[in-house]
Design a protein around this ligand. Structure first.
Ligand SMILES: NC(=O)N[C@@H](CC(=O)O)C(=O)O
Ligand SMILES: [Zn+2]
Ligand SMILES: [Zn+2]
Length: 344
């Protein structure tokens, strides 16, 4: 039995850090384990320009406690009005590494998202030219489509046409949750990859209804049935460079989650690499964690792999019930329960 695991220091290719006091509260959780993270731009107002991405980058750097090293990789929020010049400016900033597509209304803070990809053709063509990846929240927003089918329908309606129109564009299908997405990415061209969260590897949709409604297990895309979870595990442990780690850790105040209309997002940054280790161990594939967590993402983005290492030990520990979060608290995944692995 493996009781200690040393890995090249991993990166998180999909993370929500928020801003202000919330940023200060959650940033150390990520920085203690990950060397870099792709930081999502869905602030209020969203990060739509190179200038605002650079300012946000500086706020993150300022919020970093002494003694921790961490490099935020910034993203731009794509809107119907994003120009090709803004993409050029983003590339020139040196801190922006990708552009994020939120279909308007698909998820938290996405009201300024894209209403039609045709409106973004100029920006997308420039990204294709620059080798700037497009990161996609891949769900249709059509209210007539069942919430559990929105990812699958997005592939047919939007992703396939997009890849055809921009065959050289690097695309990351973010936080995939279905067998359909895993199969589509595996069979797709080399410029198509996907991130997978720890929570979608560890839980199926039953987790939202265990003994009652569980708001802290609600995120978007919503958890799916067990067959899909199993397909995601197979993709993650496959050794394919198309699948890599992206936590989608998405902190929300407890009061906003435990509400009559609770918002979407799970907080996993407090134990991210440990949760992934648990999922990989359960699948008998701990030896595949290094590629997934520490190599494939950097390779896809064209960034150097990290040189430092981290060590995990098999030593169960109890997750706190809550974690301070600005003027409230947040409820982390596994609150009050144990996790088998611990970052040394
Ligand atoms: N994943 C979520 O459920 N929520 C994210 C947004 C997102 O990544 O879709 C958030 O910002 O809270
Ligand atoms: Zn999303
Ligand atoms: Zn997200």
């Amino acid at each position: 039995m493996i009781t200690e695991l040393t890995l090249t220091r991993p990166d998180d290719w999909h993370l929500h850090l928020r801003d202000g006091d919330g940023l200060k509260a959650v940033l150390p959780d990520t920085a203690k384990q990950f060397a870099r993270a792709i930081v999502m731009p869905n602030l209020r107002p969203p990060v739509t320009t190179a200038a605002s991405a650079l300012a946000y980058y500086q706020r993150i750097k300022q919020a970093l406690p002494a003694g921790l090293t961490f490099e935020p990789l910034m993203t731009l929020y794509l809107t119907d009005n994003t120009s090709a010049q803004e993409i050029v400016a983003a590339r020139a900033s040196g801190v922006v590494h990708a552009v994020k597509l939120y279909p308007a209304g698909a998820t938290t803070n996405s009201d300024s998202g894209v209403t039609s990809l045709h409106k973004c053709a100029g920006a997308l063509a420039e990204m294709e030219k620059q080798g700037m990846p497009l990161l996609i929240h891949g769900e249709v927003t059509d209210g007539e489509v069942d919430v559990f089918d929105r990812e699958k329908v997005f592939i047919e309606r939007h992703l396939q046409p997009l890849l055809k129109d921009f065959p050289g564009l690097k695309v990351v299908f973010e936080h995939i949750t279905t067998q359909d997405a895993a199969t589509f990415v595996a069979a797709g061209p080399a410029n198509l990859a996907a991130t997978i969260t720890a929570h979608h590897l560890l839980m199926n949709r039953n987790a939202m209804f265990t003994g009652g409604i569980r708001p802290h297990h609600y995120c978007l895309p919503v958890l799916k049935r067990e067959t899909h979870r199993l397909a995601l595990v197979q993709a993650a442990i496959s050794g394919s460079g198309k699948f890599f780690l992206g936590t989608d850790s998405a902190p929300h105040p407890k009061s906003a989650k435990e509400a009559s209309c609770g918002c979407a997002g799970m907080y996993t940054a407090h134990a991210a690499i440990e949760l992934y280790a648990e999922a990989f161990e359960e699948a008998g594939a701990l030896d595949r964690l290094q590629g997934f967590a520490s190599e494939f993402g950097a390779d896809f983005y064209g960034l150097p792999r990290n040189r430092e290492q981290i060590t995990l030990r098999k030593a169960a520990w109890q997750v706190p019930e809550t974690i301070p979060f600005a003027d409230d608290v947040l409820v982390p995944l596994r609150a009050g329960q144990t996790i088998a692995w611990k970052l040394v």
